[in-house]
Design a protein around this ligand. Sequence first.
Ligand code: FES
Length: 318
Amino acid sequence: MSTNFSHTARVIRADQVTPLIKHFSFERVDGKPFSPFSAGSHVVIGMNNGTNTHKNPYSLVGSSNNFMEYEIAVRLDSTGRGGSLFMHNNIELGSEIEIGNPYNLFPVYKPAKKHLMIAGGVGITPFMTYIDEMNLMHSNFELHYSVRDFENGAFAKELQDKYPNQVNLYIQANGVMANFNEILDNQPLGTHVYVCGPQQMVADALRIADEMGWPNSSVHSEEFKAPEPGNPFTVTLAKSDCKINVRSRESLLEALENANIEIPYSCRGGACGFCKTEVIDGEITHRDYFLTDAEKASGNCIMPCISRAQGDHLTLNI
Ligand code: FES
């Protein structure tokens, strides 16, 4: 197992909260507390299927004051590469998984006068810890949560029951859509907006905030990409003089890990920058959010969790 993982944990609850979303709670098998985390943090979960280990990042959804349990919610993606399917079909009460330390790429801006959260679908997950923390801090907050239908709105009823004045639900099956112009209009000075959800929803909300003159520093978003399949290619490791084949449905990071090459990582979705690796030769298809345009144009570094070779080979300086 990769040294990026810190603890072996056991499933102590596994609930199907919607037809597509399963909610898991874990405790450490050694009985010790987990590392503290702040609202918006994620962890990487490692699941071994007997032949290889799926490693997927998930936002923590439980209380940041309960160090004895970590909770995540997993949306089933039957067209994905198998991690969420494995979690849904194979991880049950008593199952053991590996879990990394929490890392926060989407923190709450605590000095904000008001927190305005915009969520779509499973993008609600980081806001579960936000709301818990904001409630404890007696902060002024408002959630706008879009779901396809009520049945598929994870935690929708729980949130509405607990915070009827702060939670606004938009059920698309009923023809009710969130209007970002209205939501972002007339907010008090000092408001910070946080957006998490499907790519198009995040892009629309950010564009409208920009058009309305919201300062970039007051607008926060989180969107991890999953690695997409691509053409297979060969990677040469210059320092260790070895060649590895990267298959079409695995990421470069996964291929390196399968060859027992340790690369640091956190998000596994092109956002954190931990896995940045120097490239000596070969064209790159960049898919990350981390590198600047100039770094991408230079062609001398890659985020192997998400980006691939454009041609049939790459040479890395590792
Ligand atoms: S692990 Fe975060 S960018 Fe690759």
